[in-house]
Design a protein around this ligand. Structure first.
Ligand code: AQP
Length: 331
């Protein structure tokens, strides 16, 4: 019935590694919650992951592992759409058209491009530079209402808004201007070893992140080694990035506010904070890990789920791209 349709939420994750607590708290956990009130479209952004050098077999393997992990984290593929980006060639096609509407200077300003080229100075490729335009295409193909993201993607989403507005102004109203949905807590989980940097799944230092599949023992060991500071006050403050990060993680999993977490640790030590955070993280991840191990036993089924998802998504994307082709004069 017209007017009663659910709004659409869309988000993606790169298969660059088993995802971390950062990806989970900043994105995936919110995806799970959004399913109640939105029609959701989720995808594995495997085209994006080619911006860094990788082994084809590993990429393929990680892609199905991420599918299993998302389902284990509560993505309901019976009700919502999950697909693999490269199964729909329209993403790359729209990306090209949008690149022709994006300025070099706009892409040069992207902080993620600057960070990633600094981290990987021997492979600053054009794909890495144009990544935000492919992201704009990923979004605009589906005209979603809301995009759940971590703070690190905010600048890219703003660029999507700019490109969409420019396209609409040039060729007539085509794209809905998407809105970001950034969680209050967990929007930016920081590295455990350097809490001034965000936690990333492709960080070479394994101790800097908690992987969703880490064992209880590994989780505890990583938290034990987490960088803190030299006083002993458990408070959330910009001057205490390590402690603030642990408090964010604790409160996200203990389902309380950061203030409640500060109160809980008022007369306790850094050691208590580390041990209790490790404990609540491990307890919450255990059921996800069990479900993941079960799901991974049937990779054909995972493949079928993604094929069905791609079929649904392709129909929406085709409609948008046909409209775009007509508007720009390609059809
Ligand atoms: N540390 C983080 N805190 C909160 N949210 C985060 N996200 C990523 N890191 C954090 C959010 O996770 C979603 C999926 O991210 P992605 O895999 O598509 O790309 P990314 O942002 O580049 O994530 P990584 O882990 O840092 O990957 P690599 O190491 O491959 O570059 C996004 O919504 C993101 O905001």
């Amino acid at each position: 019935m017209e007017g009663t349709e659910k709004k659409v939420a869309l988000s993606g994750i790169q298969p660059t590694g088993i995802f971390t607590l950062g990806n989970y708290l900043g994105a995936v956990r919110n995806w799970e919650k959004l399913q109640k009130n939105y029609e959701c479209i989720f995808f594995i952004a495997n085209l994006h992951s080619l911006t860094t050098k990788r082994d084809a077999t590993i990429l393929k393997d990680l892609t199905s592992k991420i599918v299993a992990l998302l389902i284990a984290c509560g993505i309901d593929t019976n009700k919502h759409t999950l697909f693999i980006q490269s199964d729909i060639s329209y993403h790359a096609e729209l990306s090209w058209i949008l690149q022709c509407l994006t300025q070099f200077g706009e892409l040069k300003r992207m902080t993620q491009f600057k960070d990633k080229s600094q981290k990987n100075s021997s492979n600053i490729n054009a794909g890495l530079f144009c990544y935000p335009v492919l992201m704009a295409a990923d979004i605009l193909l589906y005209n979603p209402d809301v995009i759940p993201i971590g703070i690190d993607q905010k600048q890219h989403l703003e660029l999507t808004e700019t490109i969409a507005t420019r396209f609409n102004n040039t060729y007539g109203k085509t794209f809905k201007i998407p809105k970001g949905y950034i969680p209050e807590i967990g929007a930016k989980i920081m590295s455990l070893t350097d809490p001034t940097k965000k936690m990333s799944k492709s960080d070479e230092n394994q101790n800097s992140f908690i992987s969703i599949l880490d064992t209880e023992e590994t989780i505890l060991n990583k938290f034990k080694k987490a960088t803190t500071d030299s006083d002993n006050k458990i408070i959330y403050s910009e001057e205490k990035p390590g402690i603030s990060n642990l408090l964010s993680i604790f409160s996200s999993f203990a389902d309380c506010s950061v203030e409640d977490a500060e109160d809980h640790f008022k007369n306790k030590t850094y050691k208590d904070l580390k041990f209790e955070t490790a404990d609540v993280v491990a307890k919450n991840l255990k059921p996800v890990q069990e479900k993941y191990n079960e799901l991974l036993k049937d990779r054909n089924k995972l493949k079928k789920i993604c094929e069905e998802g791609a079929e649904k998504a392709r129909a929406i994307a085709k409609k948008t791209l046909d409209d775009v082709y007509e508007k720009v004069g390609l059809k």
